[in-house]
Design a protein around this ligand. Structure first.
Ligand code: NDP
Ligand code: 8X3
Length: 252
């Protein structure tokens, strides 16, 4: 019997990460679910372990020693990670640069950039050792163009774009697939976090058009990981039909 592949997904407690965990489990990929909200990790584990083997890890991606210790503590049946989904991240605030908050800037750079690097640092040796593996970095259209007030969030996602390219180059001798999925607007808790719980502001982002749903992105991620091994989808941008760019959304 073929052994299931193992995927470690950061940010599995919500949105794109949670939807990815669900589609993976439906398709016989064992999952290591990562996040900070233990109640959600527990609930999702309970739901998915009907189909596949599930393990949870609770860490803040900003805490480098916790990231390394937690990933190093994976039980043997989960340690041999085949697929890494670098998804944990958020925007914090949407202000012009002259009004931005230092705390928000720290959060975005520490989580979206440095957190992604810490997790990758813990996982990559497992992949180089066996000369196989697949890393998917969740970037954004914000990593392809800068929009008004997006300044530091866009910078963090441009960094993900650069890291994705750098990883692909450096891991090329090790037969490791590296690619980015860059979504436009997806209706998740993203805007709730960006606007610090202001639901009126958050809901407005997705009104007047049909936004992407997290399941749309999860479906694409599943497609990416199920291509034959010689096929690496290196960089993929996906927007809702109503969205033409970061600032042009047809709300007619
Ligand atoms: P959600 O807010 O729904 O999910 C964010 C996830 O990241 C949660 O599971 C959260 O888990 C986790 N996370 C946040 N901060 C930390 C942290 N410090 N340590 C560990 N985990 C953390 O947003 P999305 O699903 O939309 O976002 C997922 C990714 O997709 C992000 O990288 C985002 O930038 C990107 N993206 C989103 C788009 C959108 O429009 N929604 C568009 C383009 C890209 P917990 O709080 O439990 O730790
Ligand atoms: C999230 C999409 O347009 O809010 O990366 O930056 S957007």
């Amino acid at each position: 019997m073929n052994k299931n592949k193992i995927a470690l997904i950061t940010g599995a407690t919500s949105g794109i990460g949670m939807a990815t965990a669900k589609i993976f489990a439906k398709n016989n990929i064992d999952v290591v679910l990562c996040g900070r909200r233990q109640d959600r990790l527990d609930a999702l584990k309970k739901e998915l372990e009907k189909d596949v083997a599930v393990h949870t890890l609770n860490f803040d991606v900003r805490e480098k020693s916790a990231v390394i210790t937690q990933i190093d503590s994976l039980p043997p049946e989960f340690a041999n990670v085949d697929i890494l989904i670098n998804n944990a991240g958020n925007a914090h605030g949407l202000e012009p640069i002259q009004e931005g908050s230092l705390e928000d800037w720290d959060a975005m750079l520490d989580i979206n950039v440095k957190g992604l690097l810490y997790v990758s640092k813990a996982i990559i040796p497992k992949m180089t050792a066996k000369k196989s593996g697949h890393i998917i970095n969740i970037g954004s259209t914000a990593g392809k163009e800068v929009y008004p007030n997006g300044n530091v969030y866009c910078a963090s996602k441009h960094a993900v774009d650069a890291i994705n390219q750098g990883m692909r180059i450096d891991l090329n001798p090790f037969n490791i697939r590296v690619g980015a999925v860059n979504p436009g607007m997806v209706e998740t808790e993203f805007s709730e976090v960006r606007f610090k719980g202001n639901m009126a502001k958050a809901d407005k982002v997705y009104q007047g058009f049909t936004p992407l749903q997290p399941e749309d992105i999860a479906d694409i991620i599943h497609f990416v990981v199920t291509r034959p091994y010689h096929v690496n989808i290196a960089d993929l941008v996906v927007m809702s039909t109503a969205q033409a760019s970061s600032t042009i959304v047809n709300k007619s």
